[in-house]
Design a protein around this ligand. Structure first.
Ligand code: 0X9
Ligand code: ZN
Length: 305
């Protein structure tokens, strides 16, 4: 398929999102939730089953960090899977019948574009700040969750620059605004990154444990165990601060503190052999195992809510 064996350019992704919403008008609604610093549109696809309206939803975003190309590829892979196999496979049918699924394929379009044209290893967005020659804010340090404390930097040239204030970046503001407006219905938040093969959950801004730590741990463990059993790959799992590092201002911690009780950040393949430069031949393997983790966690969350 179009997005299984190669990475898509930003233009191709925009085209793909639009085409997909037209091919599935009764299941996929294209929503414009904001625009980037360089004024590119930020689109969400709202996926729903063919049924009356429901009051539950999940959210998944991809492409917060520009160079993590497997992440947007996974969002597209997931959308394709959901629309193709609805009413064919019971797992995705159940998910779409019980909840709306909001998918944001490229949260950081300016950065993604920049990795295709100029610097493949760019991480941040492309915002310009008066008085600094350095460009970009780390969008996963710009959310309002213990903003800019230990694990982020207030230095604009840093790769983990937190920005001038929480939600200073239009990409973060768009997501935060959308999720605030939907926080009563969104029960599960997923953010897709790479690399290192980890399933992380709050908190990352503190070593303190989340209220439902045991439950989050159990869900992550179940997903990691299934990946290992079916595909052989090892995923570490746990609270972010302990499992990866202390890092404030992240979307997962922010969403969790908004009252979304199930919040995860996935770090997809690999464990460092290729790192961010995961070859196109490995896209389907990375996506298949991530899909298993998404389905495992979502179906179990559906039992709880
Ligand atoms: O540092 C990050 O933002 C993520 N790792 S990455 O290598 N993709 O940059 C981890 C995010 C974990 N969650 C939070 N820090 N809130
Ligand atoms: Zn990342």
């Amino acid at each position: 398929g179009m997005n299984k064996d190669r990475y898509l350019s930003l233009e191709d992704i925009y085209y793909w999102i639009n085409k997909t919403s037209q091919e599935y008008p009764d299941m996929a609604e294209m929503m414009l939730i904001g625009s980037s610093f360089e004024k590119r549109p930020i689109y969400v696809l709202k996926l729903s089953g063919k049924r009356p309206a429901v009051d539950k939803a999940m959210w998944m975003d991809c492409g917060i960090h520009a160079r993590e190309w497997i992440s947007p590829a996974f969002c597209l892979y997931f959308i394709k899977y959901a629309l193709t196999y609805y009413n064919q496979y019971s797992d995705i049918t159940k998910m779409l019948n019980k909840m709306d699924i909001y998918v944001l394929p490229v949260l950081n379009p300016d950065g993604y574009k920049y990795t295709w044209t100029t610097n493949r290893m760019w991480r941040k967005n492309r915002s310009v700040k008066e008085g600094s020659d350095c460009v970009g804010v780390d969008l996963n340090r710009n959310f309002d969750a213990k903003w800019c404390t230990e694990g982020a930097s207030s230095f604009p040239c840093s790769e983990i620059y937190c920005g001038s204030y929480p939600e200073s970046e239009p990409e973060v503001e768009a997501v935060a605004k959308f999720l605030r407006s939907k926080k009563e219905v969104v029960k599960l938040y997923l953010s897709i990154h790479s690399y290192s093969q980890m399933l992380l959950f709050p908190y990352s801004y503190t070593y303190e444990l989340a209220r439902n730590h045991a439950e989050l741990l159990d869900l992550a463990q179940d997903a990691a165990t299934k990946i290992r059993r079916f595909y052989g790959n090892i995923y570490q799992y746990g609270a972010g601060a302990k499992t990866i590092y202390l890092a404030p201002g992240g979307s997962d911690d922010w969403a969790y503190n908004q009252g979304i009780p199930y919040s995860f950040t996935f770090e997809l393949q690999d464990r460092g052999k290729y790192g961010f430069l995961l070859p196109p031949e490995l896209i389907s393997s990375a996506c298949n195992e991530a899909l298993l983790a998404v389905k495992t966690i979502t179906l179990r969350v559906l039992q709880k809510i």
